[in-house]
Design a protein around this ligand. Structure first.
Ligand code: S3P
Length: 434
């Protein structure tokens, strides 16, 4: 990552234009990992440009998976089948919780020891949630009191029946990946529905699994020993990155955006419903399916925004979009209340505290709760000097909030946007009318 940088965001009158998003981060991670353990070659177009997905590719290379970036930007990987190479040094997951948690399910199936490390932020994040079930499956794992670095000695795994205590797609994915290497049928049950890209991707790579909705969450069964075959795929545009532009458009009744080729998977698209209920005009002009993932083109028209309450199953469904929704909340008519989102405290930063701190620096009134925030609407904010807290989504969320503030806003640590979307500030600037 580059050194610390700061960005100044000036107030805007409108956002207008066409924005094509780099490939979805969640899907990019999964495809890179599955392509590595597949048989045959894979070609991934529109792979995420973020540093997190580069961390996954770096780890795959360290595990013996050859890949190259072609002139057209596509990633071509040579699958190794189930047997990877012992890495010559630690697997560096950088800032990426997805890399560490999901890949731990794959290295737990290998007959060698891997050490997984991360940056300062990742080193503070909870890993007990994968350590416990993977240990039950037979992996030997040591950690720094449930936090990285992780030392995983894999080998012969047994299937488990696991009811996840936290709603986490990363944990679900880790266990489904480990289930591929296990003897027997692994059964994973989630308390609330989370993104299902792993289930969809596994099928795209030729794996059979059974899914059943169990009320508020899903149950998934996967039989070990199934072989994967490489794929050629184009990764749909990242909906969580599009969220920043959708929310920017939502700030100004005159905004008009076109977003082609956007991921519309129903387990990710709750943001579109919420913004539409709040008043944003969104029309889906083209709908398609690529390897089981829904992709659409959006036409977006700004409007006056009402308020919203995000709680229960909506909180995990919107977990990555809550920072930007909260950042625009003061400008809505009735405000936004977020509850049941305690997980936000253990993301790349404590996102509840980070949002509250920055909104207050901009002069907003905010109530902070252990599991959320209550932000009244109808407020006028002023520009301020803000921190990204080293968190990509906080840097980008407050660039959006700054567009409707009075006066300029300075965002320190703006380079953290590179984690998911290196071209973010440039793209936002290109869409902004003043
Ligand atoms: C992700 C799952 C979510 C999300 C993260 C990506 C994924 O994390 O916040 O950005 O790709 O599975 P949790 O599994 O911790 O909820």
């Amino acid at each position: 990552m580059k050194g610390e940088s700061q960005v100044v965001v000036r107030p805007a009158r409108n956002v207008r234009g066409v924005v094509e998003l780099p490939g979805d981060k969640s899907i990019s991670h999964r495809y890179a990992m599955l392509a590595g353990i597949a048989e045959g070659a894979s070609r991934l177009e529109n792979y995420s440009t973020g540093a997190d997905c580069a961390s996954t590719l770096g780890c795959m290379r360290a595990l013996g998976v050859a890949w190259k970036r072609k002139d057209d930007g596509a990633i071509e990987l040579e699958g190794r089948g189930f047997s990877l190479d012992a890495p010559g040094g630690p697997l560096d997951c950088g800032n990426s919780g997805s890399t560490m948690r999901m890949l731990s399910g794959i290295v737990a199936g290998q007959k060698f020891t891997s050490e997984m490390i991360g940056d300062e932020s990742l080193s503070r994040r909870p890993m007990e949630r994968v350590i416990k079930p993977l240990s039950e499956m037979g992996a030997k794992i040591s950690s720094r009191q449930g936090k990285p670095p992780l030392r995983i000695t894999g080998g012969s795994l047994r299937a488990i029946d696991y009811k996840m205590p936290v709603a986490s797609a990363q944990v679900k994915s880790c266990l489904l990946f480990a289930g591929l290497f296990a003897e027997g049928e692994t059964h994973v049950e989630e308390p609330l529905r989370t993104r299902d890209h792993t289930e969809v991707a596994l099928r795209a790579f030729g794996v059979q699994l059974q899914r059943k909705s169990s009320g508020s969450g899903d149950e998934v069964r996967i039989r070990g020993g199934q072989r994967l075959r490489g794929v050629e795929a184009r990764i749909p545009g990242d909906l969580s990155s599009a969220a920043f532009f959708l929310c920017a458009a939502a700030l100004f009744p005159g905004s008009q955006l076109i977003i082609p080729n956007l991921l519309m998977n129903p387990t990710r698209a709750r943001l579109l419903d919420v913004l539409m209920q709040m008043g944003l005009g969104i029309a889906v002009t083209k709908l398609d399916e690529i390897h089981g993932e829904l992709v659409g083109s959006l036409q977006v028209e700004g409007a006056r925004l009402k308020g919203a309450t995000i709680a229960g199953g909506d909180s995990p469904a919107l977990i990555d979009e809550i920072p930007v929704l909260s950042a625009i909340a003061p400008y809505t008519e009735q405000g936004i209340e977020v509850r049941d989102a305690r997980e936000l405290r253990v993301k790349e930063s404590d996102r509840i505290a980070a949002v509250a701190t920055n909104l207050r620096l901009m002069g907003a009134q905010v109530e902070e709760h252990d599991d959320g925030l209550k932000i009244p609407g109808g407020q006028t904010l002023h520009g301020a000097e803000l921190e990204s807290f080293g968190d990509h989504r906080i840097a980008m969320a407050f660039a959006v909030a700054a567009l409707r503030a009075q006066g300029d806003t300075l965002i320190r640590g703006a380079e953290s946007a590179d984690i998911s979307y290196p071209a973010f500030f440039q793209t936002l600037e290109g869409l902004t009318e003043r």
